[in-house]
Design a protein around this ligand. Structure first.
Ligand code: NAI
Ligand code: MG
Length: 366
């Protein structure tokens, strides 16, 4: 059977950027003889409009069956008034939770043509290509006890950083597996100097390494020092693995090393399925961008690069993933720009669809 993909384009610019990915999926079928079984369904506000829920049980079941889910974005001002239980982002949270997507891959990749966009000096970021692996389903955002309590005559807000050994081990494995596909190098970040969970994190990552991945080069760094190093000389890293809280901060920071939100892909991976590949959901980092929705202004590259990650991690088509990434690199080098990629000097931006067509043309030439 062909590899299967469930497309959940969602709201706002989600369907606009996903339309360009669908063109590329079509291109793989006709030009490379690589066919995918694609089904499409609703998530977020559009699912609420149709079914009164941001994700139906039937869609959830489909997501559990396919080889990969591609998601656009969810949400919009129209849905802000809804009850929390049916808000668009609940659809996404349900997918992450029920698919048990504990490993969040956030690449920070700087295309040379966009190096001027970084907030850092060009030579610090040009050619940068690192991945932050963030634990996504445990840690201080979920640990109990949590809440606002009364203690004596004042209130106290409590969250608990809690990690089990198996939670640490599985995200460590995910980072080591990734490293083996890349440059065989992992840096693990925690605060073992001041946190018990950090001490355990460091021990377990080291143990998993020594037992199962001795071939991978492993280093440890305190997360605050890691933040400094990421700013100072990010190219010293390749794969960084860290917990939910530190990963949230470090991945947002690393993202800005490289420029526009419209460029950033992500993958969220879970346990291996029967075919050995992890459960997986791929999505751009950006949201539904209601301020530009429906105007053909959205940059589809984040969504296109998310599909490239799917080719690599869910379908073992690393060469084809590189082909897509090179095509993106070529159109950027040729000066093709959506509005978000234009500097203050301006110029004539292309539309979402023109950007997609330029990527297809570059693929044709590859
Ligand atoms: P946003 O990421 O949608 O937009 C932030 C800014 O970046 C806007 O000015 C937007 O125009 C621009 N932008 C984002 N993606 C772009 C692209 N591909 N091309 C060009 N410009 C782009 O974040 P915001 O405005 O905070 O949230 C808008 C809605 O999206 C909200 O309803 C929010 O809940 C939702 N959201 C959904 C996410 C998801 O589906 N994973 C993630 C973040 C926000
Ligand atoms: Mg964040």
């Amino acid at each position: 059977a062909n590899p299967s993909i469930l497309i959940l384009a969602g709201d706002g610019i989600g369907p606009e950027v996903m339309a360009e990915v669908k063109k590329i999926i079509g291109w793989f079928g006709t030009k490379r003889g690589i066919a995918f079984d694609v089904t499409e369904d609703l998530v977020g506000g559009c699912a609420y409009d149709a079914h009164g829920t941001p994700l139906t049980d039937a869609t959830m079941a489909k997501a559990q069956e396919v080889d990969a889910v591609l998601l656009g974005a969810v949400g919009g001002p129209k849905y802000d008034v809804l009850d929390f239980s049916v808000k668009p982002e609940r659809g996404l949270l349900r997918l992450r939770k029920e698919m048990d997507l504990f490993s969040n891959l956030r690449p920070a990749q700087c295309f040379d043509a966009l190096a001027d966009f970084s907030s850092l000096k060009k030579d610090v970021v040009a050619g940068l290509d690192i991945v932050i692996v963030r634990e996504l389903t445990s840690g201080v955002y979920f640990g109990e006890p949590r809440g606002i309590f009364t203690e004596g005559n004042e209130r106290v807000g409590i969250n608990t950083q809690r990690y089990t050994e198996s939670e640490i081990a599985r995200v460590a494995r995910s980072a080591f597996e990734l490293a083996r596909r890349r440059n065989n190098k992992v840096c693990s970040m925690e605060k073992a100097n001041v946190m018990e969970s950090g001490i355990l994190w460091r021990q377990v990552v080291q143990e998993v390494h020594d037992k199962e991945y001795p071939d991978v080069e492993l280093s440890h760094m305190y997360a605050d020092a890691g933040a400094m190093q990421l700013c100072r000389w990010p190219k010293q890293f390749d794969v960084i693995v860290t917990d939910n809280l530190f990963g949230d901060l470090l991945s947002d920071m690393a993202a800005m090393l490289t420029g526009s939100l419209g460029m950033l892909p992500s993958a969220s991976l879970g346990q291996p399925m029967a075919n050995g590949r992890p459960k997986a959901l791929y999505e751009p980092v950006h949201g539904s961008a209601p301020d530009i929705a429906g105007q053909g202004k959205a940059n589809p590259i984040a969504c296109v690069l998310s599909f490239a990650m799917a080719l690599r991690y869910s379908f073992d088509l690393g060469d084809e993933a590189a082909r897509v990434e090179k095509a993106v690199e070529k159109v950027l080098a040729d000066g093709v720009r959506t509005a978000d990629l234009m500097g203050p000097e301006g110029g004539k931006p292309v539309t979402t669809s023109q950007m997609g067509d330029a990527i297809i043309a570059a693929l044709d030439a590859s």
